[in-house]
Write a protein that binds this ligand. Sequence first.
Ligand SMILES: Nc1ncnc2c1ncn2[C@@H]1O[C@H](COP(=O)(O)OP(=O)(O)OP(=O)(O)O)[C@@H](O)[C@H]1O
Ligand SMILES: [Mg+2]
Length: 437
Amino acid sequence: MLSPRLTLLLAVATPALMGVGTLMGSGLRKLSRQCQEQIARATGVADEALGNVRTVRAFAMEQREEERYQTELESCRCKAEELGRGIALFQGLSNIAFNCMVLGTLFIGGSLVAGQQLRGGDLMSFLVASQTVQRSMASLSVLFGQVVRGLSAGARVFEYMALSPCIPLTGGYCIPSKDLHGSITFQNVSFSYPCRPGFEVLKDFTLTLPPGKIVALVGQSGGGKTTVASLLERFYDPTAGMVMLDGHDLRTLNPSWLRGQVIGFISQEPVLFGTTIMENIRFGKVDASDEEVYTAAREANAHEFISSFPDGYNTVVGERGTTLSGGQKQRLAIARALIKHPTVLILDEATSALDAESERVVQEALDRASAGRTVLVIAHRLSTVRAAHCIVVMANGQVCEAGTHEELLKKGGLYAELIRRQALDAPLTSGPTCREA
Ligand SMILES: Nc1ncnc2c1ncn2[C@@H]1O[C@H](COP(=O)(O)OP(=O)(O)OP(=O)(O)O)[C@@H](O)[C@H]1O
Ligand SMILES: [Mg+2]
């Protein structure tokens, strides 16, 4: 109302400035995202080095890890400085632009006053009003810098929150316990890991685990034995073919029920949680009573060493169980799997970290626990699988021979060759197996 011409100037200049600001802003947002990603990389390096501090120390790699961290931090600094300069430039330019608006108002307003088209007082009033707009815009530009940083930091959080697993956690059929026998079939399964799509680990792999029987899987390292166990746990779905439990495709079953109640998995590298032994064993069955925990620990031959600790079952095992020996960790992992009374038991090198005496007792416990269950035993030491109902030898991602220990020996194939090679390790192969003992 004071001056339509000056208002027109503001109305044209403000959106033009905002347009330029938005363009610059998108560049800043990209830079801010890169900066966040670089910070995540640097944190990852530090986390890895600190988490594996013993390995770093064992290889005297402190200096190199420090340098690696420093390099990543240096990149962080460069990116942060670049972002800082960008934001400073943005804020500086926007301040200059807003001040130019004031100058422009004075310049055009002055000529209007000189031409008697506007009174001096009105020009001053207009200036005060337009300065209010200018100050608000300047505050907005400062705020914008913070929004840019916040948005890109938040974007990473939301990105992870929006991730959903390829294999759903719940949903699907649960076989009623009366119909659950634990018969497993791998039917023409082919599989490659998603991160190495061209590399087939299993090729047309077919195997049946009869209910209540022990099947041992042997073969060279990297042959795909753990992969078979992972497919059975449905950590991955096969690329082709299917895995069935009692005639039901695993993909139709409830994964949570399958992992929580049907399958007990003792992995090759058991990981514990940084809490008490009691809680670690109870991880297998959250509503287990103390008595059930003690029974599972006794079954896994862990009760004795746990009781020898001053805090017994309340001993805190440290992050990932670092304060326990390898064998102790493995026995807790066995107790944790046994407490849920699984129908199917997968033992992936379950006794590999134990000394001969512990192995004997744990093997005995496992033999006891195996009774009446479908068991898949994966082992390198062939002495531990001799007593299995069926021994399956894997090679090139396929079953290359199967049968009992005697049958395979008689056949004189790959298994006989493996036995022959391990015979060099006389005390392990010539000694009686636990079952025989
Ligand atoms: N997460 C993964 N991503 C990509 N490739 C993998 C992954 N895990 C294993 N592999 C590859 O799959 C192949 C089979 O590995 P797997 O762990 O099943 O072997 P394994 O028979 O259990 O060996 P070992 O006896 O040494 O335990 C290997 O070549 C390995 O490099
Ligand atoms: Mg393995």
